[in-house]
Write a protein that binds this ligand. Structure first.
Ligand code: ZN
Ligand code: ZN
Length: 626
């Protein structure tokens, strides 16, 4: 069950260099030079090395088929979120039925033009799971759990089970989609708080659990073979500000039901102590904002953290400030909260126009943009390009959030912009302005003692978090089983059966593409190394290359039009076809197919560009015959 056992069960196709295999499998004439390729450092997919990239060896169709779950087994198969933060997708199977818990996304870095990333769910088709898929259950409305549903649904048309708040958030995302009505009418099922429901042979129960968004749910999954607690995201919060405090009894009573395994959030498993309560931040904000007597206040928090928005707003009102919300995602989330009758009271907020006319010390803004996203309200304000808010020396920005790893650079740029304006910046390092929504070690220990599961499966975290979570659980007396994306696990036999290669999808424009596809690599090379287009003209009758009629353009490579480089490229191609040197196979150059001729052209162009400006561009070759 532990690491040794997992390693001994590594599937045979873990070996080899699958990325190379995939990337060379291209029919396009647009490619970078073999062996020269894109820069090796900081490339989009090398920045986050993932184990399953190492399992991308070409697998046979048979290799990809997941056995139909028998009535004698209870299976678990994580596709995303085990070994990474984000894109949680977890499957449970028994008696010829599968259900999925969560269909989340991660955000791409934007440098390959990808909007968001999910596990490559083409796997559901090629594994044959789709034929037995009965439904998708969403634990809560965070993007890493709900964020993929609105774009993935039309591909597979599955039933979706959600509580009301997540439903409202989903409806907002579906706005303008042609399939919205069909989904809502026939496939969307709203489950009440703490509601019980059935999907095929699975008897399910939502258990209210505190987190950092309304209506986070743990899911109790009962089958004739045993019961699992899938915790979803959670913390132990006796004062969540919005929604009910966690009720220990709901979890303590599970101990009588003999929970076979607890599949549990690992985000903060390396941190000792308790995560702390939202109420502590609420109280701290009241005092902090009371102390700021002059200037505007702009507080920034995650748009989905409605308890925080309420805490900030209440602190503003209590200290004689009018409050104005800034940013579309805050508008969307607060509207969803109001539809669910959470006490957000949208009518108490003032518009940007009114706020602009108030004295600075009478106004407080709550804005999106905690991660320095340059399109979000706070970064636009920091750059001085926001349509209605201008900050001056003596104003205060409160960052009521944490910086998500990977966003430090963007946030720093924003902080520097704010500093240039003379704005005071308060972060969680100086004041109690943020708490995490995920359990620390003492919270985990408490939950184990309530539920008393037979064993623990850590999910929702990078491998470090999963391994440390397992270590901690073992210290607390639990057995553990560490999963990874693509591992098929028998919950009943507590055994890893085998692993599958899942890969990743990127949402690009209006469709999903394989993140290992040539599109991503080509974009990366184009972005960093430039591109050369060679439209070459051949006199077919005389079998003669016509340099004067051919067009070469170099893009992203020279500050001027690049005429000098273009001339050199034309000369080298002319030499290749019309003035062969000793050793060159001139007849092959002229007469052989484009697939043989083109690599020679690309090699010549690459050599010239490299020799002149030391760049290795993407090279696109096209032929015209006259
Ligand atoms: Zn999450
Ligand atoms: Zn969450």
């Amino acid at each position: 069950m532990e690491k040794d056992q997992r390693n001994s069960r590594r599937p045979r196709f873990l070996r080899g260099n699958p990325r190379k295999d995939r990337l060379q499998d291209k029919g396009s004439d647009t490619q970078s030079q073999k062996g020269e390729g894109p820069p090796k450092k900081n490339s989009f997919f090398q920045r986050r090395p993932r184990r399953e990239e190492g399992v991308r060896a070409p697998a046979t169709v048979q290799d990809q088929i997941v056995p139909v779950p028998s009535h004698e087994d209870f299976l678990f198969l994580p596709l995303g979120g085990s070994g990474e933060i984000g894109m949680n997708v977890n499957l449970y199977g028994t008696n010829k039925q599968w259900i999925i818990i969560d269909m989340g996304i991660s955000f791409g870095d934007g440098d390959a033009g990808i909007e968001f990333v999910t596990p490559n769910l083409e796997f559901l088709k090629r594994s044959n799971i789709l034929s037995y898929l009965k439904g998708v259950v969403i634990t809560h409305a965070h993007e890493d759990h709900l964020g993929g549903v609105h774009e993935i649904w039309p591909l597979f048309k599955f039933h979706v089970y959600v509580t009301k708040f997540a439903k409202e958030v989903l409806l907002n995302k579906l706005e303008g989609k042609t399939y919205k009505d069909e989904l809502v009418q026939y496939y969307l099922h709203e489950i009440p708080h703490n509601g019980k429901f059935e999907i095929g042979d699975f008897q399910l129960e939502f258990l209210d659990i505190t987190h950092s968004i309304p209506e986070s749910n743990a899911v109790l999954i009962k089958t004739p073979l045993g019961t699992i607690l899938h915790t979803g995201d959670w913390k132990i919060d006796p004062g969540p500000v919005l929604g009910e405090p966690i009720n220990p009894k709901n979890f303590q009573k599970l101990a009588d039901q003999k929970i076979m395994a607890m599949v549990c959030d690992s985000t903060n498993s390396i941190l000792p102590g308790h995560s702390g309560s939202e109420k502590e931040v609420y109280d701290s904000l009241q005092i902090l904002i009371g102390k700021i007597q002059t200037g505007r206040i702009i507080a920034s928090c995650f748009a989905s953290n409605l308890a925080r928005i309420k805490g900030l707003a209440d602190a503003g009102f209590a200290n004689g400030r009018e409050v104005c919300l800034l940013g579309r995602s805050i508008d969307r989330m607060t509207e969803a909260a109001e539809k669910c009758r959470y006490p957000i009271h949208l009518d108490q907020f003032i518009t940007e126009d009114i706020a602009r006319r108030l004295p600075p010390e009478k106004v407080m803004y709550i804005a999106t943009g905690t991660q320095g996203d340059e399109k979000a309200a706070l970064a636009r304000i920091a750059r001085g390009v926001h349509r209605s808010v201008q900050l001056n020396s003596g104003d205060t920005v409160i960052m009521s959030s944490k910086i998500i790893p990977g966003n430090e650079r963007r946030v720093n740029i924003m902080f520097n912009d704010l500093s240039r304006l003379g704005v005071n910046i308060i972060t969680e390092k100086q004041e109690k302005v943020h708490v995490s929504g995920h359990p620390y070690q003492e919270d985990l220990k408490e939950m184990y003692s309530w539920v008393k599961p037979e064993y623990l499966i850590p999910v929702h975290g990078e491998m470090l978090h999963l391994v440390e979570h397992a270590k901690f659980a073992r210290k607390c007396g639990l057995k553990t089983l560490i999963p990874e994306n693509g591992m098929l696990i028998s919950l009943l036999r507590k055994k890893i059966l085998r692993s599958y290669s899942i890969g990743r999808w990127g949402f690009d424009g209006n469709r999903f593409i394989d993140m290992m596809s040539s599109i991503i690599k080509e974009r990366e090379v184009m972005g960093k190394q430039g591109i050369v287009f060679a439209t070459l003209v051949m006199d077919k009758k005389h079998n003669h290359f016509l340099p004067d009629q051919s067009i070469i353009s170099v893009n992203g490579l020279t500050e001027d039009s690049g005429e000098d480089l273009v001339t050199k490229i034309k000369n080298t191609i002319n030499n290749l076809f019309n003035k062969p040197t000793v050793g060159d196979d001139d007849s092959a150059g002229k007469l052989e197919s484009e697939s043989i001729r083109n690599p020679k052209v690309r090699e010549r162009i690459s050599n010239i560009v490299r020799a002149n400006i030391a760049k290795m561009p993407l090279i696109s070759v096209h032929w015209i015959y006259v």
